[in-house]
Design a protein around this ligand. Structure first.
Ligand code: SAM
Ligand code: ZN
Ligand code: ZN
Ligand code: ZN
Length: 737
């Protein structure tokens, strides 16, 4: 009952959409460590169950399954989503990734952990850190005067010395500290005296209650220029030659345990002398310390890291302030001494993940009033205002943490992730109710006692380029993967930020994964700095798919997700499928990114992936084949209808990706009999891209679909007003290949 017949687009779209809203609630396992562009686990569960299961996916989804002896590979395992889904239903799995962080993380996800032993060591770590640095992040509550309030977020603004008068210029891009959505009022910083003022109406902010100066939202730094507030000189930034940027603390959001009951909203304050002294003390302690775990590595120049260089960041350690470095060094020193190797690895993983919240590139969300981690977009965005979060995290005393990004939060998430391995569940939506359904009998791991029988499953993780994967012929029942999407994410460059720390803390444990760096020339991503273009990507993907295809049993699927907003990037996919001797039997739409995620929001980008299902032999539903534009549009209409049934509101970007997906599938279909894998890659790319353009009014389709703006007017020309003809194509028979 393979995917082509069984997959249920509305059902899986609905599940995937929900999952992507708060992925941790549906797949807590992802909290083991950050990985970029994780696809929804529910999508891969849907694919696996429609390939190997019985009956409708919507029923099978909430039942327990086990498929012993079925072997599934993922050549680009990343954070492990497809592998974990396969492992959970009892398949043997083999995963490859070129990045050592990937193998480390997937191994962490799969390896069992004694949770109570982990907890007691984690508690000991918290006590140790509290003793070493806890006092450096307390503050005096402005309401009750207690000095033991916990600083939740320190807000820092970048400063630079004025080119004229030499005094510090604060690069405020605006003066709004907090919106009144999560707090009772809007909080504005007074540009004159630096006081925090609570304001009802932002359109009429009035004057400062301390110095009576005029309040304003509008900042002073914009597009690389800022006038000096002392002498008026127009200064430019950034200044890379002056070294890493300097910062000045200007506001604190804190938590007061004494005042919390009865207090509405959050607590904000202007830093007082005690706060400045606490930081100065941290600086002195840090300077007096001989760090062993803080990396000394330079930040290599790259497509993403180029921005860091332009801001004067040269070494990874430049991205942290002294208090953060101090806290991280103490954390690492404790972890190094943990005797139990499994727990030491878990805590080292935690430290690595914590880094993304404990650095001076984190920003503060003035709406949600929380820190955004450094990877909230797939890059290293450098802001003018940065947020330092409490290192330990703040417990509210009732088992819940206040805020995010501290050790407590990481430990909590990690514990839930590992508990999920033994007790996985799915979340069903019944009306407005969410019901957690335990899936008894499924588990994530390598071996366990099931009653009295010992039931092992094979898990093989390889840190190597999948272009060198050497698998026996006819050994795989399926390949499910989520390959790099050409230039979308620079995995190696980004993960290096964590890897340089993990390498120091866990060198001996890391050795088994090989790889001295997270950056690798064979990474299959477009990268201008490394001069890796579409041809490199195509060649690599082609080699990987060919190797996988050779290892697949006859008729077994290679299914993968993909999306890109440029048609050229689909050329690589087409060439790779054809080179591998595969045919694409169907292309399925599925939401895979979060509409609200920062790098997607408002860009009109796609949140919908195409799942390409490929086989050497099989059949195609004749309704999937199209020979003119009308037929193509019918197919797209059907997809859009199915997505809408699943609650997705497709954007123009989504429609474009769906179109590209079908064009690519059909390009493969049309070329499959005459394809010459031996031609040079440029010629193959050219040939495939030409073949995508066989539709007589192809340019009209592309032109419509290519409009970048998320603007419904453009949809009009192509889709709106066309009668929906769900069965307009002849017949519904299957065509074999
Ligand atoms: C889209 S990610 C996979 C995400 C993953 N499915 C998940 O859920 O987290 C693609 C992965 O391909 C890896 N990769 C890039 N080039 C590779 C190569 N030549 N061999 C193996 N893996 C590679 C990257 O390191 C990255 O982890
Ligand atoms: Zn108080
Ligand atoms: Zn003032
Ligand atoms: Zn000046």
């Amino acid at each position: 009952m393979p995917i082509e017949d069984q997959f249920d687009v509305p059902f899986i779209a609905r599940m995937a959409l929900k999952e992507k809203q708060v992925q941790q609630n549906y797949r807590p396992i992802i909290a083991v460590h950050k990985w970029f562009a994780r696809r929804p686990g529910t999508l891969f569960r849907g694919l696996l169950l429609s390939e190997f299961g019985e009956g409708p996916v919507a029923d099978a989804f909430f039942r327990s399954h086990t498929f012993p002896g079925i072997k599934v590979a993922d050549p680009f395992m990343g954070g492990g989503t497809p592998l974990l889904e396969a492992n959970r239903i009892g398949c043997d799995v083999i995963g490859f990734d070129i990045n050592p962080m990937s193998a480390w993380i997937v191994h962490e996800e799969i390896e069992p952990l004694d949770l109570s032993a982990y907890h007691s060591t984690a508690e000991a770590l918290l006590r140790f850190l509290d003793q070493k640095v806890g006092g450096l992040q307390t503050t005096c509550c402005t309401l009750c005067g207690h000095a033991s309030a916990s600083a939740k977020s320190y807000l820092w603004v970048k400063t630079l010395p004025c080119e004229e008068c030499g005094r510090d210029v604060n690069l405020f891009p605006g003066f709004l500290v907090a919106k009144d959505r999560r707090h009772t009022k809007n909080v504005l910083l007074c540009p004159q005296c630096g006081e925090l003022c609570e304001v009802d109406d932002l359109s009429d902010p009035g004057s400062c209650h301390v110095c009576h100066g005029v309040l304003s939202l509008e900042g002073v730094a914009r597009k690389g220029h800022c006038n000096c507030h002392h002498c008026g000189r127009r200064n430019t930034y950034p200044r890379p030659d002056a070294g890493p940027p300097e910062h000045r603390m200007f506001a604190i959001e804190y938590h007061c345990h004494h005042c919390k009951v009865g207090h509405k909203g959050r607590f904000f304050k202007k830093p007082d002398p005690g706060d400045l002294e606490a930081y100065a003390l941290a600086e002195r302690q840090w300077q007096a310390m001989e760090a062993r775990f803080v990396p000394v590595e330079d930040i290599p120049l790259g497509d993403e890291t180029g921005r860091l260089h332009r801001w004067g960041y040269r070494r990874y350690r430049d991205m942290f302030n002294a208090r953060q470095l101090l806290g991280l060094e103490w954390s690492a020193r404790f972890i190094e001494k943990v005797g139990d190797a499994r727990i030491r690895r878990a805590l080292a993983t935690n430290l690595s993940d914590l880094l993304r919240y404990q650095n001076m590139l984190c920003r503060y969300d003035v709406m949600a009033l929380k820190a955004l981690d450094i990877f909230s977009i797939h890059g290293f965005p450098v802001g003018l205002v940065q947020c330092e979060s409490n290192l330990l995290g703040i417990a509210n005393g009732r088992g819940v943490n206040v805020g995010s990004g501290g050790w407590r939060n990481i430990i909590d998430k990690y514990s839930k992730a590992k508990a999920y391995c033994d007790h996985p569940f799915e979340v069903d939506h019944r009306g407005s109710r969410k019901v957690q359904i335990p899936i008894h009998g499924e588990w994530i791991g390598e071996a366990r006692l099931n009653g009295k029988a010992f039931s092992p499953r094979q898990v093989q993780l390889q840190c190597q380029s999948a272009t060198t994967a050497d698998l026996p012929e006819n050994s795989l029942d399926a390949v499910f993967t989520d390959p790099p999407y050409f230039g979308n994410v620079q995995y190696g460059e980004l993960m290096d930020f964590c890897f340089v720390w993990l390498k120091r803390l866990a060198r001996d444990d890391l050795v088994r994964w090989g790889g001295d760096t997270s950056k690798h020339a064979d990474e299959l991503t477009g990268n201008a700095t490394q001069a890796r273009g579409l041809e490199h990507f195509t060649t690599g993907l082609s080699v990987v798919y060919s190797r996988m295809a050779k290892a697949l049993k006859p008729g077994a699927p290679l299914a993968f997700t993909y999306h890109h907003n440029r048609l050229e990037a689909y050329g690589a996919v087409g060439v790779a499928i054809l080179d591998a001797g595969l045919t694409c039997s169907t292309s399925i739409p599925c939401p895979a990114e979060m509409g609200g995620s920062i790098h997607i929001h408002g860009t009109g980008s796609s949140i919908v992936d195409t799942v390409f299902v490929c086989r050497k032999h099989g059949h195609v539903d004749a309704r999937q084949l199209f020979y003119d534009t009308e037929q193509l549009l019918d197919i797209v209409d059907r997809d859009l209808e199915a997505l809408r049934l699943g609650g997705v509101q497709p954007t123009l970007g989504d429609i474009r990706c769906i179109l590209f997906g079908h064009l690519t599938r059909m390009g493969v279909w049309n070329l499959r009999k005459t394809w010459e894998p031996g031609l040079p890659v440029e010629q193959k790319l050219h040939r495939f891209t030409q073949a995508l353009q066989w539709l007589p009014d192809f340019s009209r389709v592309l032109d419509r679909a290519g409009k970048e703006q998320d603007d419904d007017r453009h949809l009009g020309g192509l889709f709106a007003g066309r009668p929906f003809r769900s069965s307009s194509l002849e017949g519904n028979h299957a065509v074999s290949f």
